[in-house]
Design a protein around this ligand. Sequence first.
Ligand SMILES: Cc1ncc(COP(=O)(O)O)c(C=O)c1O
Length: 469
Amino acid sequence: MSPEQILAELAARREHDLPTHGGRTLAYVYDSGLAEADEVARQALSMYASSNGLDPTAFPSLLSMEADLVGFARSILHASDEVVGTVTSGGTESILLAVQTARDAARVERPAMVVPDTIHAAFAKAAHYFGVELVTVPVGAEHRADVAAMTEVIDRLGDRVVLVAASAPSYAHGVVDPIAQLAAVTRERGLRLHVDACIGGWILPWTPGAPAWDFAVEGVTSLSVDLHKYAYTPKGVSLLLHADAGLRRPQFFAHADWPGYTMLNSTMQSTKSGGPLAAAWAVVRLIGADGYRGLVERTLAGTRALAEGIEQIEHLHLVERPDTSLVVAGTDDAVDVFTLSDLMLDRGWFVQPQMRFGDEPATLHLTISAATADSVGEFLTALREAVAEAVAAGPVRIDPALAEAAATLDPATLDDAAFDALLALAGLTGGDGAVAVPERLGPVNALVDLAPPRVREALMIAFLDRLTR
Ligand SMILES: Cc1ncc(COP(=O)(O)O)c(C=O)c1O
């Protein structure tokens, strides 16, 4: 194929993807609205796409850019000169490494970590990968970590606890956990405390009145913040910071006992493109602290307007008052959130449904970028229309037998054929019997929402397995 044909085909394939720019995709992507930042990022990304972060002696420029990014982060996170940092590929990798490091530093049998039950799923993944038990504690008022309840659990588990973690803010509810109070507990017991600021860590430094949450709090031993979220850099960049080099040491891996080069890595990847790091360096240099302050002001003003607008729409309510730039809306019985998200997509807006959790019904998650802030009025108009249409459509009707089956299935008893049948019942199979992403996800989501989390997980894994065969 010619380069022109290839680029045309890429453009055509991308047509059904969500737009990454324009502020109408309220999850997954972040848009500063600054064309200059996107352009400098693209150029830096391509300049460094083939360089290899595997060996800092071979590509010293990568090491220097990493140091610059860590230095900038230190300046906005009240970090002392003792704080050290690593650039990783994303929030999940930062969290995986924080957990692995804590586990390996402690070297206890049956390691456990204590977290609020709103903690990001990346901690469950870390627990799964590294054999650390994830002990979740129900949150208290306003969906914030319940420090007294967590303290009880920490004391009950005793020496098994290798890490305590909390969010600033949580993804699902957009509220900042009481980091200072938790730090008082962990400090007294000599425990590590990780602050997951993956989504909020580049917003909170410029948020007036934010509670103490970063290295200003004595006892915070590590912190993750993603640059590919609110630093508006291309995907593939997060920072994992440790309060000192000693705390970080078990994160590093070396292997000399084979006939090739000595493998020496600070992250999970070994060969890693310098592209995302260079692009992040470029964007952070271009926007700078004053630029980010301005972007945060606009984003928070937009978030407030959006939250106030939601409160005025009949059938909708705010689940919590947003601490930063994440809005979580609930609906009454007249409106099904899964139908509502489909109807918003019809109007060119992607909003993310979050399934029921415990006793709490499904909600809608909205991540506000600087670019979204400029079109809140348009968003609210679309939302009002979509709510009216959802009310008229009524709730998704699910065959009671199917609903009963979804709620009572035991995934452990299902074989491949049973999963095939279930995927077909759930509407995830096309006419030819092959699995496919349906045009409208509302009815599928409404059914899957009835299933307990373990069944949802098994069903989604079966779906992904077939989708990628
Ligand atoms: C609070 C929080 N932690 C961790 C993550 C995981 O980040 P990533 O998707 O970059 O792996 C996210 C992503 O939204 C997040 O919001």
